[in-house]
Design a protein around this ligand. Sequence first.
Ligand SMILES: [Zn+2]
Ligand SMILES: [Zn+2]
Length: 413
Amino acid sequence: MIESIKGTRDILPPESELWRSAEAVARGIFAKSGYGEIRTPIIEDSALFIRGVGKDTDIIQKQMYSFTDQGQRNICLRPEATASVVRAYIEHNLHKTESIVKLFYCGTMYRSEKPQAGRQREFTQIGVEVLGSYSPYSDCEIIVLLDDILKALHVGDYQFKINSLGCEKDKEKFKGYLKQSIKKDVKKMCEDCQRRYASNILRILDCKNEQCRTILESLDIKHDYLCEECAADFNKITDTLKNENINFKKDPFLVRGLDYYTKVVFEVTAKGLGSQDAIAAGGRYNNLVKELGGPQTGACGFAIGVERLMAVAACDKIYQEKPLDLFLVCMNDKASQEAFYILHKLRLRGISCDMDYSTKSLKAQMRYADKIKAGFVIVIGENELTSRQGMLKNMKTGDQKQITLDKIAESLC
Ligand SMILES: [Zn+2]
Ligand SMILES: [Zn+2]
C-alpha cells in the first residue's frame, strides 16, 4: 500500500468542512478591510528565499525542499509566502499602480522538519501583506485583523507578544549590545548559538536550549536601542492595541526566525498546544522589497498556521451542518435510472439531494437517509414508476404526502 508522505496529511469530510468555514470567516474579514486575494505558485526559484528569508536561518539551512529540475534550474517548494508575494509585487509593478497594496493569501507551504505535534512538512498558512505603507497604523490594522479572526473562530486562551527590533540602525546597535553582553558566556552556549553569535546574533534570543535560556534571561534588555522615531511608532502601536483591548505583552526576546523583519514583530501563542504554541506571527519588513530588487517600500504582514489554529478554534460553533434536502430510495435498476434523472434536475434548481448507488435493501437505504439526516425521503419502485406518483416523507416530523414525481421540486418548497 502506498501511504501519504511523512509530515503530510489528508483532510477528510466533515473536518474539511470546518476548514472551509474557518477560511470563509477569514476571507470575510479580509474583504471588509479592503484586502484582495493573491495566489502565487507553490514552486519558486530557490534564490528568492535564500535572498529574502536569509542564508543563516533554519529555513534555508535545514528546511528547504529544493531540487534541480530538468532545465538545471534550482527550484524549491515555497517554505513561506511573504517572499513570493513581494516577488509578485515587484514583478507586476504593483508599486507603480497603487500607493498601498493590501493582499491576503491562503495556501500550503513546505518545510523539511522533523514532524511532531503541531509541526508538519506540508502545512497551511493564511496571511496578509500590506505593501507601500510605513504607517504604524498599518501594523495596528493587521494585528487587529488577526485578533478579529481569532475571536470570530472562538479561539479561547491566546495572547499577543510584541517587540520592536527597530530600524536597520537600531538593529545594529542592539546586536552590538548583545555581542558585548554575551561575549563572556558564548562558550557555554549550544553549538547553534556559537555559530549564530558570529553570523546572526539576534537568532540567539529565541534559542530553546536550557543552558542558553539561563544565560539570556540574566540579560537586562531594554528598548533603549530604539531611535526616536522607532520608539514613537512602537508607543503608538501599543497605545492603539490597548485601546482596542488586545491582549498583549511586550517581549524583548521576541525576534522571529526570519532575517527580513525590522521594527515591530509579533507572535500569538495559544494554550493547549504544547511546545509548538505559536499559532500566528508577523511583523514589519521595510527592507525586503528593496532586497529583492524593488524600490524601498514600507511593508508588514502576518501568517496564521492553520493546522494549529484548527486545533484551538471552536469551528463547530461557526460551522452549520447542512444535510441533504432529499434522499431518493431506489428499489430497482429502472428506478435508479429515473432517480438519476430527477437528481440532476433538482440539483440544477439548487436542491441538495442524493440516491443509493448500491441497490441496498429498502430498510438499509432508509437507515442511511436517517444517518445523513436527509430532510425528505421518497421511495421509487415499480408502482411509482407506473403511476408517476410517490410518497414524500418528512424525516423530521414523519409526515407523508402524495406527490407527482415530475413535481418534486415544487413539493419541497
Ligand atoms: Zn529606528
Ligand atoms: Zn542556544
